[in-house]
Write a protein that binds this ligand. Structure first.
Ligand SMILES: O=C1C[C@@](O)(C(=O)O)C[C@@H](O)[C@@H]1O
Length: 230
């Protein structure tokens, strides 16, 4: 039986929003994800030390989600890589890197692989090459590999869970998979069976469809992870 860590995203749209956040309100979370793409790219480096200092009691994940993968920011590849390198110098626990959108440029980030969450997002569908993409990302030997997709039918959710379990048994607990939307909710709380390493939960505003609240996620995981005997 496995346990999942709970990640709560924050999405400040200006520095004032970021400054107004109270770190204690996030208690129950293990990791705070800063969705830096909600800020104009010119403000990201100013905001980064504020974020990292405010949430120093938690592990931290910095994500610059580009439009192509369902995020808010249009940014060229060089800036994307440069920002990640600069933010890394400030000491976040983890950095999200979109593998298939920035595959050519990934080489220059390889030296950070021990803190990289290599990721792929598809808000349209469950890609038919789901497993292949996981294998491809796994071969880069980063800290974690993440896939967030949109299941279209019930069996897609079961497939996500089964594949996560198979990959975890083979390579260890380093996969983060999400079935987004209403249909996918079960995948978010199934880590005790599948080995899903992290689950994303929301405090006020959800950063993706189907996210459960932090309170509900903590309650359900507690129930499933502590009381189930396999
Ligand atoms: O990749 C993910 C997962 C996510 O899309 C979700 O569905 O919970 C939420 C995003 O903030 C995060 O970067």
């Amino acid at each position: 039986m496995y346990q999942s860590k709970i990640v709560v995203p924050i999405m400040p749209k200006c520095l004032k929003d970021l400054e107004a956040l109270e770190a204690q309100a996030f208690s129950g979370a293990d990791i705070i994800e800063w969705r830096a793409d909600y800020l104009p790219s010119g403000q990201i480096l100013e905001a980064a030390p504020i974020f990292l200092e405010k949430f120093q009691a938690y592990e931290t994940l910095v994500t610059i989600r580009t439009r192509k993968e369902g995020g808010e920011l249009e940014i060229d590849e060089q800036d994307y890589i440069r920002l990640l390198h600069e933010i890394n110098k400030l000491g976040p626990s983890y950095l999200d890197v979109e593998y298939f959108t920035h595959e050519r440029a990934f080489g220059s980030l390889r030296d950070l692989k021990d803190k990289i969450v290599l990721s792929y997002h598809n808000f349209q569908e469950m890609p038919t090459d789901f497993t292949e993409r996981l294998f491809k990302m796994e071969r880069e030997k980063t800290a974690f590999v993440k896939m967030a997709v949109m299941p279209q039918q019930e069996c897609d959710v079961l497939d996500i869970m089964q594949i996560t379990r198979d990959m975890t048994l083979e390579y260890g607990q380093k996969f983060i998979t999400v079935g987004m939307g209403e249909l996918g909710k079960l995948s978010r709380i199934s880590g005790y069976l599948t080995g899903n390493a992290w689950t994303f939960a929301s405090l006020e505003e959800a950063s993706a469809p189907g996210q459960l609240s932090l309170k509900d996620t903590a309650y359900i995981l507690d129930l499933l992870e502590k009381n189930v005997r396999l």
